[in-house]
Ligand binder design. Structure first.
Ligand code: CA
Ligand code: CA
Length: 170
């Protein structure tokens, strides 16, 4: 028995990956996410941080495709997402962290204005907003990431929160 709450949460996660909203997840959604984050922070695509983010987005796409694109058409449909990605990542959250890490690491570097290895709550919310998360939800999510309330968010916090978010219990 699958609850409607579960379905709703899965739909929200699919929508976050399907950045261009065309009904399936493909490479363009990941490069589009990189582009959106760079635009938000005024970071050039050709800069080291820009190239790292595009590289991380490609690695993230390849990892997701390897898990979920069962028919190999370079698209992850909603059905493939639910039956492939969601179930397999729930069974193995560490694998998901591994797939997402280069992208999240690079996104944090873009948001980390002073280069101390962490981003402010506000800048983390900007990353989420640039990926299409509504303002209120982005602020709330960024706030809860700051578990020790020092106003800054580090890579380990981001990766574990991201893995938790996508490994939805049924
Ligand atoms: Ca898409
Ligand atoms: Ca497919």
């Amino acid at each position: 028995m699958v609850s409607s709450e579960y379905e709703r949460r899965i739909a929200a996660r699919f929508a976050l990956f399907d950045q261009d909203g065309n009904g399936y997840i493909d490479r363009l959604d990941f490069s589009g996410a990189a582009k959106a984050v760079l635009a938000e922070f005024g970071t050039a695509a050709r800069s080291d941080k820009g190239q790292a983010l595009y590289g991380g987005a490609e690695a993230f796409w390849q990892g997701m495709a390897g898990i979920a694109d069962r028919d190999g058409d370079q698209r992850i449909t909603r059905e493939e997402f639910v039956n492939g990605a969601v179930k397999r990542l729930r069974d193995n959250p560490d694998r998901f962290a591994e797939i997402a890490r280069p992208f999240l690491h690079a996104a944090l570097a873009v948001a980390d204005a002073d280069g101390d290895g962490s981003a402010t709550v506000e800048d983390t919310a900007r990353v989420l907003r640039s990926l299409g998360v509504p303002e209120d939800a982005a602020r709330a999510a960024a706030g809860t990431l700051d578990t020790d309330s020092d106003g800054r968010i580090g890579e380990a916090e981001i990766i574990s929160a991201f893995a938790r978010y996508f490994t939805v219990p049924e």
